[in-house]
Design a protein around this ligand. Structure first.
Ligand SMILES: [Zn+2]
Ligand SMILES: [Zn+2]
Length: 343
């Protein structure tokens, strides 16, 4: 490792960070806002990208994309076991013309969504009559989603009552939800850093995302509103659909958390030169380095003050590391995991 490697690029004239929520529900399933209203509200709150991922029905929203706002197309599917345990996955299409629903399961479609069945473009070869809540059953869903050109995320382990024995079975998802604001605002401790480390320590190489999973039962100004608390910042040369999804596939993003009217902490750049890891951020209270081994490090600002940079020496054979930054209000942002051997 000789040269300086850019793990997370700095914003420049050819590369911008776009704010995105990849998990969201509308009136098409159990959400309270229309897709049009969701776009309007997310745009007004500083977002550039939104994936409406209604339960079990894949309805594309390309018609809502404009030059300043990109709609990604997706849906959320589930397989459930006993005792309330369930596994939810979001599929986000990597191309705008990929509108065919894989893993369609009629039995899982409920309520309002039934009226959309006629509109679905169902992939007949990859229908799934029964969903199996087993490692093999879930892995079949993940594999099928990826085979047909979707970015597959593993959602809200805490709300799903899934712990180590369950999520450790899941292989090759593109990302997992490190935070899910919709669950957190209901009281679930869906802050899943431990689950992310568990998966990484078991050899999975996946990214992490923060999402809203909003249903908007409460208005935006309510303290119980489930929008604008979990998002990712995607580094991309443009807002073009494929530019954004290739940035997703390449991990060119970080996750952050805030709340209505409060933007969360920001990463500015992460670089690695030999064994020297440098992290530049917005104003934060602390910058923590979390590796595979028992070698965590942190730089804390003096009480009430903030810092913008930290440098850590990393061990030569560290299998992975990730960075967590925290602002003065306690809101956190998370880098993806990096694997030094592969850099
Ligand atoms: Zn879910
Ligand atoms: Zn959801």
């Amino acid at each position: 490792m000789k040269m300086k490697k850019i793990l997370l690029p700095e914003e420049n004239e050819n590369l911008k960070y776009y704010k995105a929520n990849l998990h969201c529900h509308s009136v098409i399933s159990d959400g309270k806002k229309t897709p049009e209203q969701l776009k309007k509200d997310y745009k007004a709150n500083g977002y550039s990208v939104l994936a409406i991922t209604d339960h079990e029905v894949f309805i594309p929203h390309n018609d809502l994309t404009d030059s300043n706002f990109l709609m990604l197309n997706g849906y959320e599917i589930e397989a459930s076991g006993v005792g309330g345990k369930t596994c939810h996955l979001c599929f986000v299409a990597l191309a705008p013309d990929n509108t065919s629903e894989v893993c369609f399961c009629k039995e899982r479609i409920h309520g309002n969504s039934k009226s959309y069945i006629e509109k679905l473009n169902i992939n007949k070869k990859e229908k799934m009559l029964i969903r199996k809540y087993t490692g093999r059953g879930i892995n079949k869903l993940i594999k099928t989603g990826k085979k047909y050109g979707f970015f597959v995320t593993y959602n809200h382990p805490t709300w799903s009552l899934e712990s180590y024995p369950q999520y450790i079975r899941y292989k090759n998802a593109d990302a997992m939800e490190i935070t899910n604001y919709g669950c957190a605002v209901c009281g679930y401790d869906d802050d899943n850093g431990h689950a992310y480390d568990d998966m990484l320590r078991n050899g999975e190489k996946l990214f992490c995302i923060s999402t809203d999973d909003n249903h908007n039962i409460f208005p935006d100004s309510s303290p119980d509103c489930d929008s604008y608390g979990g998002y990712i910042m995607i580094a991309s040369p443009s807002l073009k659909y494929e530019d954004i999804t290739s940035a997703l596939k390449n991990g060119m993003f970080y996750s952050s958390t805030g709340t209505y009217m409060h933007t969360g902490p920001e990463f500015r750049e992460i670089t690695l030169e030999k064994d020297e890891l440098r992290i530049k951020t917005g104003d934060v209270r602390s910058i923590a380095y979390i590796p595979y081994s028992r070698d965590c490090k942190i730089v804390n600002a003096r009480h009430g003050e903030t810092i913008n940079e930290a440098v850590f020496k990393i061990k030569k054979r560290e299998k992975y590391f990730r960075i967590v930054i925290t602002d003065l209000f306690g809101y956190k942002a998370y880098s993806n995991a990096f694997f030094p051997k592969e850099l």
